[in-house]
Write a protein that binds this ligand. Sequence first.
Ligand code: 6PG
Length: 258
Amino acid sequence: MQSSSIQKRQLSIFDSVDDLVDVTIERFIWLSEEAIKRRGRFTVALSGGHTPKVIYERLASPEVAQRIEWSKVYFFMGDERCVPDDSEDNNFRMARLSMLSKLKIPHENLFPTQGQDKDPAQSALDYENTIRKFFGVKEGDWPAFDLMFMGLGPDGHTASLFPNTAALSEMRRLVVANYVERLKSWRITMTLPLINRSRHIIFVVSGSEKADVLADILSSDEVKYPSQLVRPHEGELEWFVDREAAAKTNLSHIGSGE
Ligand code: 6PG
């Protein structure tokens, strides 16, 4: 694994997705122990996507699952597609099948969006109220998730904050419905002000299809993509990427520090 600190974020380049997952799992366990010790619970916002799915499957593996106090872990969705709960495109369904259904997590610890396929705007409002109620924060206050998993799309989107969409400029709400013209579909997404209050944010990025956008993101401070707007106010930001995704950065020459 190679690491470097660039523009106030920690970037780690892994030889394989397996190595990336190994370190992500250890980080998750450490963060869960810290959060439960300090605040009695561990609040996590999950991302959709292929790379996150591999992490969820490993978290549910017996050798890992036994190391985590699941009764004190609370799962939310960082974003959701406005499709039925049982749709193959539903992010929470992916998290449920790959991880949640295999773990002894109390039902009341799981917070999927509701009604996202029927009324996106109302679903976003309801989800915002659910988050406010859970954290006990009023309008104007901001809750802080202990851990936010983020993916990266080839167009530089993260969560459902896509380029040139209205959600990027939302500074008051915690959660909004966001119409994505390119996909001709609605999404529910946590907003940047909420995401940036997280205590710890981990981008998990793998595959050669991310090489161009990642190289662009890491090569300059100029903000060209939504994912570059993820800059936690006080929390930690880590980028965990595999060598394929890092192939076009000028960082792959970093010595293979263990
Ligand atoms: C979504 C995800 C999205 C995802 C990226 C990366 O709902 O689409 O939340 O932000 O994380 O598109 O996905 P892959 O890892 O599958 O490329």
